[in-house]
Structure formats: structure tokens, C-alpha cells
Design a protein around this ligand. Sequence first.
Ligand code: NAP
Length: 245
Amino acid sequence: MELDGRTALVTGASSGIGAATAAVLAAAGCRLVVTGRDEHRLTEVAERTGARSVVADLTDPAQLRLVAEAAREADLLVHSAGVGWAGDLAAMPPDSVAGLVALNLTAPVLLTQAALPGMSRRRRGHVVFVSSIAVVGVRDEEVYAATKGGLRAFAASIRFQAAARGVGVTTVFPGAVRTPFFGNRGRPYTRGFPRMVAPAAVAEAVLDGVRRERGEVFVPRWLSAAARLHGAFPGAFHRAARRAG
Ligand SMILES: NC(=O)c1ccc[n+]([C@@H]2O[C@H](COP(=O)([O-])OP(=O)(O)OC[C@H]3O[C@@H](n4cnc5c(N)ncnc54)[C@H](OP(=O)(O)O)[C@@H]3O)[C@@H](O)[C@H]2O)c1
């Protein structure tokens, strides 16, 4: 999809990948609506990108409806808002389970539901889901990985009706990205592999995915080999991942 002059809504735009994506979309000529919870950081992003800002907690149904209103007008919808949780599943509070599912999975589903009719009517549009390489399974991140796997399946499924209506769908699978994500979840990133990339690398992958109508994009690209290996040989992949620690 050509981006100049199009309206784009970016969730999670107050930080990290969402903020970097807002910057590249503004540079590509999009008229932006940015959303996040932190008013101060969101306002800074909005001022830098000439965006309209909507402060909202996407786990709150009333606040989500405000963002859904904006989604109805969007040609491009980028779902970047998300949180992690790492630790022993037995110690994960039920509220944290519900919060992860509400933000990482339910909110993108409901916002896509709001956006698709308008995109279909205009016969142009694109939806980008920020998933994660965690879809291959990550020790101590079961619920997070499940929300990201759910997002992948939702995207692959909605693609059928979207394609029939001239709307593109891209799912982006980052490895480890240098953002406040790990600090916010309360456990730092300690693996040496995959190496961390800058949020701008993911933002460029989003742009490329939209422009070239790519279905799935891995960042860095070589991670697609890991995902293919996991798909083809899940048992061997699991054994290798266990050995790697
Ligand atoms: N960083 C990584 O290594 C990595 C790897 C793979 C996938 N991802 C995915 O990439 C996406 C962006 O993460 P990031 O790395 O950019 O992390 P980040 O810098 O922590 O940004 C997370 C964004 O989500 C927003 N958010 C959190 N809770 C929210 C809520 N309840 N309602 C509305 N917005 C909420 C935050 O808003 P406020 O700050 O305003 O609260 C922030 O804008 C996430 O979906 C994450 O799962 C990240």
C-alpha cells in the first residue's frame, strides 16, 4: 500500500517499537493517530510526528472503545502495544494472565474488527500485528508466547477475508529488541542469542511489510529459519532449545 497521505493508527506508540514505527510512518507521509497510556511520552511522540494522540488503557473496555472509534477511520492499523511476563507459571497471578491476554490478544482482535469494515468499503487498508519469535515456545514465558501465537493464528485467518476486500495483513516477529519491554516485565534479557536489535529495525520491517504486502516478516531475517525449523521438526527444535538453555 502507498502510504503518503494515508491515515495510520499505531498502538503502543508511547515507547519502543510503536514510537519508532510512528516516526517512520510520519516520514513516509502518513497522517497519524498514536495511542498509549503514558500521556507525557505519548505527547512527545505526537509532537515529533504531527500526530493526534489518544491516551487509553487498552485493557479497559471503555477506553478501548475510544481507540476503536479512531480505528474505523484508519487505512493502516499497527498493533504494537504489548507487555511481557516471565517466571514460573505457578507464581503468575491470575490478574497478570488476564492482563496479558486482554492487551496482547483481545485488544488487537477488537481493534481489527472495528477497522476492517471501513478498510473494506474504501477497498484499501493494511493491518500489522507485532507478534514475537516467542511463538516457537520460550521457557518461563508460556502465557506471553501463547498470546503471540494467538496473534499469529488470528492474522493468518483474518487474511482470507481481508485479501478478498483489498486489505493487506502483515505479522512481524521480532527477536529481542532494545526497548523498555524487559525492564517493564521485571526480568532483564540475559540470553546472548538472538542479539538485541534497535526498535528502528522493527519499524523499517513494518514499513517494508506494508509496502511489499508481506505476510510474515522476521527481525532479524535469519530468525525465519528458526521458525521454519520449529515448524518442520518441533521435537528436534525443542531438544536443541533445551540444550541451549
Ligand atoms: N522488546 C522486545 O524484545 C520484543 C520482542 C518481540 C516482540 N515484542 C513486542 O513488541 C511490542 C512493543 O513492545 P516494545 O518492545 O516496544 O515495548 P515497550 O517499549 O515497553 O512498549 C510497549 C507499549 O505498549 C503500551 N502498553 C502497555 N500496556 C498498555 C495498556 N494496558 N494499554 C495500552 N497500551 C499499553 C505501552 O504504553 P505506555 O508505555 O504508555 O504504558 C508502550 O507504548 C509488544 O507487543 C511486544 O510484545 C517486543
